[in-house]
Design a protein around this ligand. Structure first.
Ligand code: MOS
Length: 715
């Protein structure tokens, strides 16, 4: 028996100070194991076979010859797989994506639809057999092309209502001195996280265990329990280390495949997606086509705003990329209309991808704002400051805090925006045309209910247990600092254990809500434990544990517009002879709540900005209309920005503690990408005098735009 020594020494607190990742050593030495590399005795390996046609029916599967191949243990398909429940409503409020609810039908709904799982003793044997499996289809004509006037388009709610509207748009536009009416498009984009999806399933004493890489262990636990009609307590999901998620790592085909096979064979089965399989099984960001109409007085004040966005979904699952939602937060006007429409096509289901809605939506609206600034002859920063709303443009609710103006003022000062010549095409550096651009950013700052347990251990340490997920973001480290402050002890006395559904319900690592939601629960439990541990309190060998549940506290939050904000600045160099665009400098200044760990928060923000560069210049998955599949679905054919594409990139923040959060946190997971592509595109317009409304700004697009301009000038 030892006694409590929660020193009252660490009064200044460690939240807000830089700490390297607590698991950093484990990661660089390889001691940290990822889902696909954890050893299990008697492990079998499953390999998914995917359809090569976009639409039709499976006529036959040549399973017989495959079953005779070396090491093959089973082939699961629609004819022999267990029936599962596909009609339940999952934790996020939606039914499961049938692409993940495997082998329940003989119909094929897109190229890359899972048609069979081959299980074998080794991954090589499983792959060999899956590739040898002959599948015959009755093929039907398919439609995989998103077009602005598609007859299948309809307004659709997703996480946001489909449509909002107030005021007379036609009258507002007619009364405006300056009008912008343009169409913007963004292509299909993929999450492309480093670690592919991987799961191992096994039955252990009547309990299903799944070792996975996901954004919420209790989320995947509850989905699997519902799908397989099991009690939640009979399912345990673990996910200790994760190599990125970005919205893609929820319930997917690999976990379901592993569970089916482990049940069938009564031994552990692992299923790992290949990089190519991820391009049809892991979700993606839908392409968008967006029309923005802005009407303003000569001084730039908005009278009319319309943002209509169209995205695609699969024919079996409705996911809406809510691009038109941004203006509901960012800009007000007497006439204000927004709408999200979706078209079902014979394509894989899209899903949440970093800043769903805000990322493509901000490209359109922040480009349109830049065009408006140009036409009004007003500085783009000034135009945004003039249009700062006093309350939520659609909701009318007050903002919990809105420090966008502080971001723009600080960003403009640090970037050296003052004195910018607004005329395009006037700055040169040898063969390069130079330009600068800016854009605003916002992202929802929410909190979700979570439970946590904090234990005072007999050895003087403290253990935190919470079903949090660290996607590589540094969440584990952030929670260590938060717990240390709640307990008023040094962080090296705190051990944070996460990624295990047995720790109880918690919010997922998603919607930029993870750290805030978990920190709240950890703070509640930590503070109560500290109060309980009067100096000299005897600590028994099993420790003293305090549990928290923030459901009531989070539910009691007043209705407000709660968001992080940011100002993005970019400087580009454009070679109009080769079409090359280089981002020389980028600066993002954010108002994103209290920053728990500046080191990892800056990583997050810069990472989002790099995605913005990538979105502006590189990323594009191209669908072949004839086959319905993607050209070159791999990381050679799909370029994601790397070091060579990124110049001097900086992220910083202004003071912006959330007044309604016990730690002051908002969230930094997604806001870094918002507005980033628009800032780059606006800089390209400033450099060249040519506006690119279709992403990515590829060399061929720069060249043909320059050629069209020269042609027009010569004519
Ligand atoms: Mo994020 S798209 O909510 O993982």
């Amino acid at each position: 028996m030892t006694t409590a020594t929660t020193g009252r020494t660490a009064l200044r607190g460690v939240v807000g100070t830089a700490h390297t990742r607590v698991e950093g050593r484990d990661k660089v030495t390889g001691a940290a194991r990822y889902a696909g590399e954890i050893p299990f005795a008697g492990l079998a390996h499953g390999w998914l076979a995917l359809s090569t046609v976009a639409r039709g029916r499976i006529r036959s599967l040549g399973t017989e010859s495959v079953l005779g191949m070396p090491g093959v243990l089973a082939v699961l398909h629609h004819g022999n797989a267990p029936r599962v429940d596909t009609h339940y409503i999952g934790a996020l409020g939606f039914p499961p994506d049938p692409t993940a609810a495997l082998f329940q039908q003989d119909r094929v709904h897109h190229v890359g639809w899972p048609v069979a799982l081959v299980v074998a003793e080794t991954p090589e044997q499983a792959r060999e057999a899956a590739e040898a499996l002959v599948v015959e289809y009755d093929v039907e004509p398919h439609d995989t092309r998103l077009t602005a006037g598609h007859p299948g388009a309809h307004p659709a709610d997703g996480v946001l209502p489909a449509v909002t509207g107030k005021g007379d748009l036609t009258a507002g536009l007619a009364a405006s001195a300056v009008v912008v009416d343009e169409e913007y498009t963004t292509p299909e984009e993929h999450h492309s996280m480093m670690e592919p999806h991987a799961a191992t399933a096994l039955w252990d004493g009547g309990r299903l265990e799944v070792v996975d890489s996901n954004q919420g262990t209790t989320w995947v636990q509850s989905e699997l329990a519902k799908m397989f009609s099991l009690d939640e307590s009979a399912v345990r999901v673990r996910s200790e280390h994760i190599g990125g998620g970005f919205g893609s790592k929820g319930l997917r085909a690999h976990q379901v495949a592993a569970v089916m096979a482990a049940t069938e064979l009564q031994r552990p089965v692992r299923v790992v997606m290949t990089r190519r399989q991820m391009f049809s099984l892991a979700g993606y960001r839908s392409p968008t086509t967006q029309r923005v109409r802005l009407g303003a007085d000569a001084d730039g004040r908005l009278r009319a705003l319309e943002h209509r966005a169209l995205s695609q979904t699969s024919t079996v699952h409705e996911f809406v990329e809510p691009s038109a939602g941004v203006a509901r937060v960012m800009y007000d006007a007497g006439a204000h209309h927004t709408a999200n429409h979706v078209v079902p096509l014979d394509v894989p289901s899209p899903t949440f991808m970093r800043a769903p809605g805000e990322a493509p939506g901000s490209f359109a609206i922040e480009s349109a704002l830049d065009e408006l600034a140009e036409r009004c002859g007003i500085d783009p920063v000034e135009l945004r400051l003039r249009n700062e709303p006093a309350a939520g443009p659609v909701s009318g609710l007050p903002f919990s805090s809105r420090n966008l103006d502080a971001c723009f003022r600080e960003g403009a000062r640090r970037f050296g925006w003052a004195g910018r010549d607004p005329r395009p095409g006037t700055r040169r550096d040898g063969r390069w045309l130079l330009g600068t651009g800016t854009a605003a950013a916002s992202f929802h700052a929410g909190a979700g209910p979570s439970t946590a347990a904090v234990t005072a251990e007999a050895d003087g340490g403290f253990t935190v247990r919470i079903s949090a997920a660290d996607l590589g973001t540094g969440a584990r480290t952030a929670l260590t600092l938060v717990a240390a402050d709640a307990l008023e002890v040094a962080p090296d006395r705190v051990r944070v254990r996460i990624g295990d559904s047995d720790f109880g319900p918690a919010t997922i690592a998603g919607g930029s809500m993870g750290t805030r939601s978990w920190a709240w629960a950890v703070t509640e439990a930590g503070r109560e434990l500290r109060e309980r541990l009067a100096p000299g309190t005897a600590i028994p060998p099993e420790g003293i544990t305090v549990r928290s549940d923030t459901t009531a506290l989070v539910g009691a939050l007043a209705q407000k517009e709660r968001h992080s904000f940011g100002a993005q600045f970019a400087e580009v160099a454009v070679d109009t002879a080769t079409g090359e665009v280089r981002v020389r400098r980028m600066l993002g200044i954010f108002a994103a709540g209290r920053i728990v760990n500046p080191l990892t928060a800056r990583n997050q923000l810069v990472g989002g900005m790099v995605w913005g560069i990538s979105m502006a210049l590189h990323e594009e998955a191209v669908r072949d209309r004839a086959s319905g599949g993607l050209y070159a679905p791999d990381l050679a054919g799909y370029h994601v920005a790397t070091n060579a594409d990124v110049g001097d990139i900086r992220a910083d923040w202004v003071d912006d503690p959330d007044p309604d959060d016990p730690v002051g946190i908002k969230g930094v997971g997604e806001i870094g990408i918002v507005g980033a592509a628009a800032a780059v595109a606006n800089a390209v317009a400033h450099a060249t005098g040519v506006r690119h409304r279709h992403l990515p700004i590829r060399p061929d697009r720069v060249l043909s735009a320059a050629a069209a301009r020269t042609g027009a000038a010569g004519a």
